[in-house]
Design a protein around this ligand. Structure first.
Ligand SMILES: Cc1cc2nc3c(=O)[nH]c(=O)nc-3n(C[C@H](O)[C@H](O)[C@H](O)COP(=O)(O)OP(=O)(O)OC[C@H]3O[C@@H](n4cnc5c(N)ncnc54)[C@H](O)[C@@H]3O)c2cc1C
Length: 596
């Protein structure tokens, strides 16, 4: 793969390609991958480099004038997002979590994926602005192709999974008229058996003579013809502000659901309100998944709950695949109680005297209680010994093929243990309880939006001003799901979670809800230009040759983590662009043949 640094090319260059892709995250790289071996010359422009740098990360800074803004929410964000991404800071990203690096946010993601269900595509009377222009069935072939890209096992996310697992009788569960089993998969790396999929490192190993990747290449403007009706080119800048121009027949914006609208709004040469914004829709309908804790299981119940709701593995085409079990409200319950789609999943909580936490605090000289931290370390030699052994396993002494076969065997035999190893990078931890975590769809709301700030980034571009409006119904939906899980657990005689007070007392506004690094909706899809920025083929209304990829096109966002659906849509878009560009190339060659 040709990866070049824009800063090393001549200044003020003009770079030509057939198709230019803005952003080298999962969406952009999936589209580029689909063109490998085709006659179309593809150029990927990535703002970051092969590893994260502070200067590139600064370009992700946003101004937030909406939620989350309470002290408790900010604490939870720092705990949650700070643990997820080392480059993230609350100060620079008071809303959202993104990485500026080749591979985008897959640099920090958790690799948890699932497909939306058919309800998510339907027009639901109780969810305003719901309904996609196509059905789940029409997207299924692309979800299957996306699963191959993500190195997944079979696309099975509902109770069919039990038969895939080979169980004749699934474990007795709640009334399916109320609650349904839901499964997520973990996307595993092809390069490192102990890691999850990272798009950047995987992509650079591909052999792709017709694809060129330019890093430190930040797009600052999208240009059109004089009428503003067709894509013409892009302005791209190094981190030091040295500009070049890119000319191409078509462009895909794949820069994330914050940057896609930011770029469209900032491109005002032919349309003063920005491109694709004739109906003031760009940046509106900003959505995220609302995440919160709903309750917890007592330590004594952890083994049984770990078995039921923990991780399962199946072997498929020579590889062990990890699935995780949670609960969603049935379609009937959603309709009856006007609920948003949402899910509960179980997350191990580690004890305060977890020896590895204590070591980290002691080493960082930020221990509040050094004596008890030292005691925690001294009293867990077994756990620490295991940590040392696992670190040795991570070293380069053992060949990757050997490690992969051992990891596959461990996943098959002990999926819960294996996932704990993925999450902790092999450091063993002491379990305190199992938290019941919730994730909910947010209702589309035109007032929840991204506009441009008066503040500018290092390249002179206005930063995004984010006014994220939470959603009372998302809070209510998760509380109801928690209540149903508790009553159904008692009815079928399995351990029931202890619900948090805000859930029991239905004080929905007191729950501590945060954004989940799953921004969506800001260039929403509709075939009616007065309802959406892109049409069902992800083409920007009114600007020929300009397409959008990523969750910004989602009209609604389900509860499932978005990346599998982002990839399904990106794969579908690649097919579409091949058709559109093929037609253009045909017309041009006919014109040449006719001597025009
Ligand atoms: C900590 C964390 C955990 C997550 N966990 C999960 C999970 O478990 N499951 C899941 O499905 N999703 C998860 N996500 C979300 C997931 O990472 C995103 O859905 C996915 O990365 C989106 O892909 P994308 O290509 O649309 O955008 P991004 O990954 O944001 O990639 C956009 C790319 O565009 C580049 N770019 C931005 N602006 C410009 C510009 N002007 N010019 C050129 N390049 C530009 C960026 O540098 C970046 O490389 C997580 C995210 C984070 C941060």
């Amino acid at each position: 793969m040709r990866v070049e640094n824009l800063a090393e090319l001549a200044a003020n260059a003009t770079i030509d390609a057939d198709l230019v892709i803005v952003g080298g995250g999962p969406a952009g790289l999936t589209i580029a991958r689909e063109f490998i071996g085709s006659p179309i010359q593809v150029l990927v422009l990535e703002s970051g480099q092969l590893t994260e740098t502070p200067r590139a990360t600064d370009l992700n800074t946003v101004e937030s004038i909406g939620e989350p803004k309470g002290e408790a929410e900010i604490r939870r964000r720092i705990e949650w997002h700070g643990a997820g991404s080392s480059s993230w800071s609350q100060q620079a990203q008071p809303y959202g979590v993104r990485c500026r690096v080749l591979g985008g946010s897959s640099h920090a993601w958790a690799g948890k994926v699932a497909a939306f269900d058919s309800t998510d595509f339907a027009k639901r009377d109780w969810i305003p602005y719901s309904g996609w222009p196509f059905t789940l069935e029409s997207l299924t072939p692309f979800i299957d192709r996306a699963a191959v890209t993500l190195n997944l096992g079979p696309n099975c996310y509902d109770s069919e999974f039990w038969s895939l697992l080979g169980l004749k009788t699934p474990p007795a569960g709640p009334d399916p008229q109320l609650l349904r089993s839901f499964f997520w998969q973990i996307a595993r790396s092809r390069l490192d058996s102990g890691d999850i999929m990272r798009f950047g490192p995987e992509f650079v190993t591909l052999d792709a003579p017709n694809v060129r990747v330019l890093v430190t290449a930040t797009v600052t403007s999208i240009d059109t013809n004089a009428e503003g009706s067709a894509f013409d080119g892009l302005e791209v800048s190094t981190i030091d502000g040295v500009r070049s121009r890119v000319r191409a027949k078509a462009a895909v914006l794949a820069a994330s659901a914050i940057e896609n609208p930011r770029l469209l709004l900032a491109s005002t040469k032919t349309h003063s309100l920005g491109l694709g914004n004739a109906h003031d829709l760009v940046g509106r309908f900003l959505m995220d998944h609302l995440g919160t804790k709903v309750g917890a299981y007592k330590a004594a119940d952890c083994p049984e709950i770990g078995k039921r709701f923990g991780f399962y593995s199946i072997r498929h085409q020579g590889q062990a695949h990890i699935y995780m079990h949670g609960m969603t409200p049935s379609r009937e319950l959603q309709e009856r109680e006007s609920l948003n789609n949402c899910a509960l999943y179980m997350l191990e909580e580690w004890a305060p005297d977890d020896p590895w936490g204590a070591i980290r605090r002691l080493a960082g000289r930020n221990s509040d209680k050094p004596l008890s931290d030292m005691l925690a370390v001294a009293s867990s030699p077994g756990l620490l010994l295991k940590g040392v052994a696992m670190r040795a396993f991570e070293s380069n002494v053992l060949p990757e093929s050997f490690k992969r076969s051992v990891v596959n065997a461990v996943i098959n035999q002990f999926p819960n243990f294996a996932v704990r190893e993925f999450r902790t990078r092999s450091l063993p931890h002491k379990l305190k309880s199992i938290a019941v975590e919730g994730i909910a769809e947010q209702r589309p709301n035109p007032d929840s939006r991204i506009t441009l700030s008066d503040k500018k980034d290092a390249l002179g571009m206005p930063i995004a001003r984010v006014d994220w409006r939470g959603d009372h119904d998302a809070r209510r939906s998760l509380a109801r799901l928690g209540q149903h899980l508790q009553t159904e657990s008692i009815r079928i005689d399995i351990p029931a979670p202890q619900l948090d007070d805000w859930v029991i007392e239905e004080r929905h506004d007191d729950g501590i809800f945060i954004d989940s690094a799953h921004t969506a909706g800001t260039t929403r899809m509709s075939d009616d230009p007065r309802q959406g920025v892109v049409d069902q083929n992800c083409r920007v209304h009114g600007v020929a040759g300009l397409y959008v990829a990523g969750a910004s096109v989602f009209p609604t966002s389900g509860h499932a983590n978005p990346t599998l659906m982002i990839l399904a849509l990106a794969t579908r878009l690649a097919d579409r662009i091949k058709l559109d560009l093929g037609r253009q190339i045909d017309v041009a060659s006919h014109a040449d043949a006719a001597g025009n």
